[in-house]
Design a protein around this ligand. Structure first.
Ligand code: SF4
Ligand code: SF4
Length: 214
């Protein structure tokens, strides 16, 4: 019910289906399920259903709001973009190192090479042609990335790390000829969970404001 105050139901279902299909490579359905449960656990503490019971708000409303926060950048609704929120909250990264240990591939755009080699000439030995995107590159030694410090989880080439590492947990994808930053929905990444939680709170409050106004 709450989500319908923010976006038309059929339209939401259509874009959710498309987003899940196109993002399948990054976010499997099982992983999304675990992820949404992790956000829900935190959201119900921040926005208790009990408090809004009189207005008819239920747990399903929270779940529906999270589904919207997963896939829609708030900038389309006049709010901050995924990137704006993420860059203001780097403290959400717990430096657990999972992204550096578990990533299937660390993409390097061909235009990044000059800058990367200028700051770290040794990197030349650690880069190979990208198997999926001809003309681009990727790190050679991954899972775990050879540059992660096993004790501190810090990046050994932090100042010259690839752009995908700088943007994580946001992932740049092509959609309809345009680039957009989607969130890598990993339940084990505190940064991703907090990011969707923050968006869910903003969406919940806006929906509630509209509900009370009606
Ligand atoms: S971005 Fe996420 S997975 Fe990577 S270190 Fe930070 S919290 Fe861990
Ligand atoms: S280059 Fe650094 S930030 Fe990127 S995956 Fe390796 S250790 Fe992590």
């Amino acid at each position: 019910m709450l989500r319908d105050l923010l976006i038309e139901k059929d339209f939401f279902e259509e874009i959710r289906k498309k987003a899940l299909e196109s993002d399948e490579e990054e976010n499997s359905l099982d992983e999304i399920d675990l992820f949404e449960k992790a956000v829900f656990k935190r959201l119900k503490k921040k926005r208790s259903v009990k408090k809004y019971k009189k207005l008819g708000v239920t747990k399903s409303d929270l779940k529906e709001i999270i589904e919207l926060a997963d896939i829609v950048g708030l900038d389309v609704l006049g709010g901050p973009s995924n990137l704006d929120i993420a860059k203001d909250h780097q403290e959400w990264c717990t430096i657990c190192g999972r992204c550096c240990r578990e990533s299937e591939s660390i993409f390097i755009h061909k235009d990044e090479l000059n800058v990367l080699f200028t700051f770290n000439p040794d990197l030349k030995e650690g880069i190979i042609p990208n198997k999926q995107y001809p003309g681009h590159y990727e790190l050679k030694d991954i899972r775990p990335c050879k540059y992660i410090d096993p004790e501190t989880n810090r990046c050994g080439i932090y100042d010259s790390r690839p752009q995908v590492c700088r943007s994580y947990p946001l992932v740049l994808v092509e959609s309809g000829g345009k680039s957009k930053n989607i969130i890598n929905l990993r339940h084990s990444c505190n940064y991703s969970v907090q990011l969707v939680l923050e968006k869910s709170i903003i969406l919940f409050d806006e929906a509630l404001r509209r509900l009370e106004k009606n």
